[in-house]
Design a binder for this molecule. Sequence first.
Ligand code: GTP
Ligand code: MG
Length: 292
Amino acid sequence: MATRRKGPPTKLSSDAKKELSVVVPTYNETENLRPLCERLFAACKAAGLTIELVVVDDESEGSEETEKIAKALASEGYAVRIHCRKKAEGRGLSSAVLLGFGMAKYATLLCMDADLQHEPESVPDVAKPVLEGSAEFAIGSRHVEGGGLGFEWSMLRRVVSSGAKMLAWFLAPSTDPLSGFFCVSKEVLKRGEGKLNPIGFKIALEVMVRCRCKPIQDVGIQFQERNAGESKLSANQYKLYLEQLFSLYMATYGPLIVLLVILILLLLSANPRRGGYMALTSLLPTPRKLTG
Ligand SMILES: Nc1nc2c(ncn2[C@@H]2O[C@H](COP(=O)(O)OP(=O)(O)OP(=O)(O)O)[C@@H](O)[C@H]2O)c(=O)[nH]1
Ligand SMILES: [Mg+2]
């Protein structure tokens, strides 16, 4: 069993906001919802936070059961709401998160996974910089002090994760920009209205870039093994990630990228002795010989 966050509850400064909407996307997470809710409310109570849990579930074989569990939790006194989205209304992790943000009643929003890979005990830590106003965006990171992996990840998964992280290098100043554990205020999120493109799994990166969040604060978290159920990460998610990266780079550096390409072409063509002219002309279509 993985180790949990240790230490005393997070202390918030007296002028920090103390209310938080926690949004959790779910897809077949029946076994995880109850433990997530119980641990989340206990941890936030210990930190003096008033929270609500907003679950956005996409239609799956587990949806009926998930709804029953959420309603049972609400009847036990937990501030839990669930929106069960039908396939026709749309689907996907990122759009579910944005839908949940839209349903939230408090001014500060936090997003986390349902599978307990993100420890509910770390929620007050991740929310703290935004609640206290010292950052516009806070993100759970495995790569800063206090952060790490609570289990053995396969070499392939480590390599893919590092590669994916490096590709986002020039977009956001975070050590773990693909993390799904983050906090932002409604006010900052509003800057992205009409611009956020909810494709794929990487909604934190999308928000950081399109809402021009500054400063961004990394908060050490232990990333744990999935508690129960199965991962929904598929090869298609990597393809969507590349599409998302392209769009974000164009939005951030668009004119600069075009200028750079023109500059390189000009440099190549201006220096024919080094083969630049040849290189340039070889890119052009060969003229066809006229016959007849
Ligand atoms: N609403 C909704 N939630 C989703 C969808 N896909 C995944 N999720 C949820 O998003 C969270 C993260 O999904 P995971 O499958 O754990 O993906 P991951 O954590 O990036 O990958 P692993 O490390 O392999 O677990 C979980 O709470 C899922 O239930 C979806 O299409 N719709
Ligand atoms: Mg997961």
